[in-house]
Design a protein around this ligand. Structure first.
Ligand SMILES: Nc1ncnc2c1ncn2[C@@H]1O[C@H](COP(=O)(O)OP(=O)(O)O)[C@@H](O)[C@H]1O
Ligand SMILES: [Mg+2]
Length: 357
């Protein structure tokens, strides 16, 4: 590369603040190309750069290092298989009930990543087969992504769904109007998959929450789309048995209509499970742009990395991000045990790592 290619790289590929909860942001996410990799400079090559250019090179490396492409972990591959099966019912005619899927797992295991990446494939697939406009001239939106907020109400849920479609009625309609507008949007844009993320913000045992969950089930009954519910601890929160207790829960409909898709942390025990963890580390090792990075840089620390992160992909990604940043700013240029020790994990991972083994 000649001149200052890293400043140019940054102009094009700097961090993108996608707003997935709006159709424009979702569209940008679906259509974004991947960042091109650039060459790793040796220490001597880095010394030859002037301070400004070196700063750009380092900044570009930090952006690159922090954004590995989605890794096809076992968890992700398994979840995709389940979701594909559930989506198969989508081919049912509109008068028959469709199934729903639920990704129910602890925080930081890659639930949102699985849901959004799967949905991105669904979106692209629909676009390969159909034109970007539906027969009545609306924009085709195969996927709607609705991340919930704490204390979400029934009205808020409908508003958020409408806001995804950029519907002007979102802020000023009554509850009943909102529901029918939401149905209009889903139908005219030929939406096939609706993701409701962070569903744990709804308390199904509380009246408001029960109302939201009943409404979601109602929508799932009338809309010609598959629902993908994503959240933490939904089973304990009684999402599946609609908050009912005892025998009544057996008759709950949700349980029958939804397929669960579990996501587990990586384990580090016998040969097979340790292998998946090591494979993940190999992928990351190859990704990082550091002058002295090489094979074994992370895999030789597999046990310690597992201890620090409890095999949770979000904690691992944070730790590696920060370690790579430290490796650059301190000039170590590799992720050594000392760098790993200095790098911070999130609060939960930190606390668990401090417990006696
Ligand atoms: N398959 C994956 N490949 C690469 N990074 C991932 C993957 N899954 C999760 N991550 C990382 O972990 C972080 C948290 O994942 P996320 O999907 O938000 O978890 P959850 O929704 O379960 O809390 C993501 O921001 C990303 O950095
Ligand atoms: Mg999430």
């Amino acid at each position: 590369m000649s001149g200052n290619p890293w400043a140019q790289w940054l102009d094009r590929y700097d961090t993108v603040p996608y707003q997935l909860s709006r159709k424009q942001g979702w569209d940008a996410f679906v259509n974004a190309g991947s960042r091109p990799r650039f060459e790793v400079l040796t220490r001597a090559e880095m010394r030859a750069l002037n301070a400004d250019v070196l700063a750009d090179y380092n900044e570009a490396r930090c952006v690159w290092n922090a954004n590995p492409a989605t890794i096809k972990t076992q968890q992700l591959a398994r979840a995709f298989d389940v979701l594909e099966q559930v989506m198969a019912s989508n081919r049912r005619d509109g008068d028959k009930l469709r199934g729903a899927a639920v990704i129910d797992a602890e925080p930081g295991l890659g639930k949102t990543t699985i849901a959004t990446r799967f949905a991105r494939e669904v979106h692209r697939r629909e676009y390969r087969r159909h034109s970007p406009e539906t027969p009545d001239g609306s924009q085709r939106l195969p996927v709607a992504f609705v991340p919930l907020n704490a204390g979400v109400t029934l009205k808020g849920l409908n508003q958020q769904l409408l806001e995804f479609y950029g519907h002007p009625g979102a802020s000023r309609s009554t509850r009943t109007q909102l529901t029918s507008l939401a149905m209009d949007c889903v139908t005219t844009c030929e939406t096939k998959l609706i993701i409701i993320d962070d569903l744990h913000f709804v308390d199904f045992r509380h009246r408001n929450g029960l109302e939201v969950s009943n409404h979601l089930k109602g929508l799932a009954n009338v809309l010609p789309a598959t629902f993908l519910f994503v959240g933490v601890n939904l089973e304990a929160k009684r999402f599946f048995d609609e908050g009912l207790l005892g025998e009544a829960a057996v008759y709950a409909q949700t349980s029958r209509r939804t397929t669960r898709c579990p996501v587990a942390p990586f384990s580090f025990g016998d040969g097979h499970s340790a292998r998946a963890w090591t494979d993940l580390l190999v992928t990351l090792e190859r990704h990082l742009i550091l002058a002295d990075a090489g094979p074994g840089m992370l895999t030789s620390q597999a046990r310690e990395l597992h201890r620090r992160t409890q095999g949770r992909i979000a904690s691992l990604m944070n730790l590696i991000d920060r370690a790579a940043f430290l490796a650059i700013t301190t000039g170590v240029e590799a992720i050594t045990p000392a760098v790993i020790t200095a790098a911070l994990t999130d609060n939960a991972a930190q606390r668990l790592a401090e417990l006696p083994a």
